[in-house]
Design a protein around this ligand. Structure first.
Ligand code: SF4
Length: 358
């Protein structure tokens, strides 16, 4: 690790302890430093008065604590959802969403700028993959959401979902490092079981999660129960076919002894028929699972519409007949472009310029 490029949010506790030792300081100071940063919101070493003065000076010279800039912020009309377009140091922008409802706060963060996966109903897909996020940039989004909660006088953030822009398993190492930093007991101390990683079905990543016994929740975006239908909605299905994906999910569930969440964007006339519900019910037999049914968030350049409430309920009833538990998710924040990538794609150019020049 180069001393001149110590990015604060990129450092795990282990990284920090190693750095302190290399400077001749006891590693115990790492925990205090993390408490300053993640619990008290103090990022300037000058203000970390409980650290020795000579260490504060050393940190001051070596650490950078780049903050994300808020390019745009919108709030849903029900007040429960806030969506942020956050600027990175190179001018790229990512979306972060804070959902705060009945004392439960969840941050939905991005793992990439854009996405290479090309799902037809997703605004982020229209950007293509611009670049991977670093672990520090993923962590910073959570820090941003937590700061908003602190300013609102709300309890600390407890839940994180990696369901924003990007495919987390296509940026595996950075995502796992970020999760390690978020779970650090001296820092934000988010429980791994309060973190959910959502994938479109990147089979090698699912196998790796199981083999490494990563203790986070897994959500798999399924959207169709036959290979032919799925390949139309989710192009990666051509590389990772449905039967192999379900086999990988069974491997994961068996090895981890955990259920898997399956996401299903309900699109009127496309994947919401009784027949598809029955096919899904059969496909998931014997696999510990929970299906989240999410009426589609309409986007520009895709003419799919959300399934009506009665159709969603009928779909759910058929899953129940197959003993598959499911939830129909409320489309909270539909009025603030709640689907991932919508704000980034739809933000007017003048706002982008304002962000880049900040
Ligand atoms: S739905 Fe997720 S995986 Fe698919 S293109 Fe959008 S961000 Fe990528």
């Amino acid at each position: 690790m180069s001393e001149s490029s110590l990015s604060l949010y990129q450092l795990s506790r282990h990284d920090l302890e190693q750095q302190l030792c290399s400077w001749g300081f006891p590693p115990i100071h790492a925990a205090r430093l993390l408490k300053y940063v993640y619990r008290e919101g103090i990022c300037s070493p000058r203000e970390m008065y409980e650290l020795p003065a000579v260490l504060r000076g050393r940190l001051e010279d070596a650490l950078t604590a780049d903050e994300l800039t808020t390019c745009s912020e919108i709030q849903s009309s029900d007040g429960f959802t806030r969506k942020y377009l956050l600027g990175l140091t190179d001018g790229c922008r990512v979306e972060t969403v804070l959902m705060h409802f009945r004392g439960r706060a969840t941050a939905c963060v991005s793992s990439q700028v854009g996405c290479a996966m090309g799902c037809v109903f997703c605004a982020t897909a229209q950007m293509g993959l611009v670049r991977q996020l670093t672990a520090g940039e993923i962590v910073q989004q959570v820090v941003h959401a937590n700061r908003v909660l602190m300013e609102l006088g709300a309890p600390q953030l407890r839940n994180v979902v990696l369901m924003g822009m990007g495919e987390p398993l296509h940026n595996y190492d950075a995502v796992m490092k970020a999760i390690g930093i978020l779970c650090e007991p001296a820092g934000l101390a988010i429980g791994p079981r309060h973190i959910t990683l959502s994938t479109v079905g990147v089979i090698p990543g699912i196998i790796r999660l199981a083999d490494e016994r990563q203790p986070v929740n897994l959500a798999v975006s399924l959207h169709a129960a036959t290979q032919e239908e799925r390949a139309k909605l989710v192009p990666p299905a051509r590389a990772w076919p449905l039967d192999e994906l379900v086999t990988a999910c069974r491997y994961y569930a068996e090895k981890m002894k955990r259920r898997i969440f399956f996401e299903w964007a309900l699109i009127e006339g496309q994947n919401d028929s009784e027949e598809q519900a029955a096919t899904l019910g059969t496909l998931l037999q014997g696999l510990p699972s929970h299906v989240n049914l999410i009426p589609l968030n309409p986007i520009a350049n895709y003419d799919g519409l959300p399934t009506s409430n009665p159709s969603a309920k009928r779909f759910q009833a058929i899953l129940a007949e197959h003993d598959i538990p499911s939830t129909i998710r409320q489309r909270r924040g539909i009025d603030i472009a709640a689907g991932c990538g919508q704000l980034a794609v739809e933000t007017p150019p003048q706002q982008r310029v304002a962000c880049l020049s900040e």
